[in-house]
Design a protein around this ligand. Structure first.
Ligand code: 5RP
Length: 248
């Protein structure tokens, strides 16, 4: 079962790289078990000499380590190489709706992933079909990265607007997950009024609204960078879905 799912993730990652990555690109590399296959494909094509002169940006320590292993040259976004922005970022997602709006942050890397996505000219998302949903937030909670000092106050405001809030707990560490930026993550759902009982969140409004709460560093809703989406189907095909504003 897991093997099948990995096969789909790999197919999506490879197809996106083969379709979209060109030599000389400034390339954002995402985080997670699907994006890692895109990273590996970039490494493979660099080793074969099919790709040259890639300046990569790694969106997490996980991705940095993979770049080190594969000898993919990577830089910070403040470096001379990347300060003018990225040509393309390839990343995974936790949920994707019919408008190609996303929930990300299952791996806790959505802060830097969003900075990379919104700093890119083109954006590609690689998923298997299990990530498709009709309405964001119906299966996967919205991750919200929060300053530890603001935890109680942010929870209070979130509960006031109808969210059920869960502090993300670490595995093999006592207490909460601490992000690469020293923050905590609140996973939130809207199951009660004003959003619950058959009502759905408006992704663009919710993305903006959550970031207005003092102490919220970034949330995992992505609506402002229309991606090309590579969907690996269990029948072995890869569907490429353009965002409406990208369609020819
Ligand atoms: C990490 C992310 C990942 O891209 C997202 O969680 C999908 O991961 P996976 O491909 O392992 O399901 O947003 O913060």
């Amino acid at each position: 079962m897991e093997q099948d799912s990995n096969r789909l993730k790999e197919a999506a990652g490879i197809t996106a790289v083969d379709d979209m990555v060109k030599s000389g690109m400034k390339l954002g590399l995402g985080t997670g078990s699907t994006a890692i296959y895109a990273v590996r494909r970039v490494g493979e094509l660099l080793t074969q000499g099919v790709l040259r002169d890639i300046c990569a940006f790694a969106t997490s320590i996980q991705t940095e380590i993979e770049c080190e292993k594969l000898r993919i040259p990577f830089y910070t976004l403040n470096s001379r190489e990347l300060s003018s922005g990225l040509d393309l970022t390839i990343d995974g997602a936790d949920e994707i709706d019919p408008d190609n709006y996303l929930i990300k942050g299952g791996g806790g890397a959505h802060l830097i992933e969003k900075i990379a996505a919104y700093a890119s000219v083109k954006y590609a998302i690689v998923v298997d079909e299990s990530k498709l949903t009709d309405h964001l937030g119906s299966g996967f909670p919205i991750p919200v990265e929060v300053l530890p000092a603001a935890r109680a106050q942010v929870i209070r405001v979130l509960e006031k607007i109808g969210a059920t809030v869960i502090l993300r707990e670490a595995i093999r560490k006592a207490g909460p997950v601490i992000t690469e930026h020293g923050n905590i993550i609140l996973d939130i759902r809207f199951e009660t009024e004003p959003y619950g009982f058959g009502k759905h969140i408006d992704p663009s409004l919710m993305e903006a609204e959550l970031n207005l709460i003092p102490g919220v560093v970034e949330n995992g809703i992505f609506t402002q960078k229309p991606p090309v989406v590579y969907i690996a189907r269990s029948n072995g095909t890869i569907e490429t879905r353009l965002s409406r504003h990208l369609s020819p």
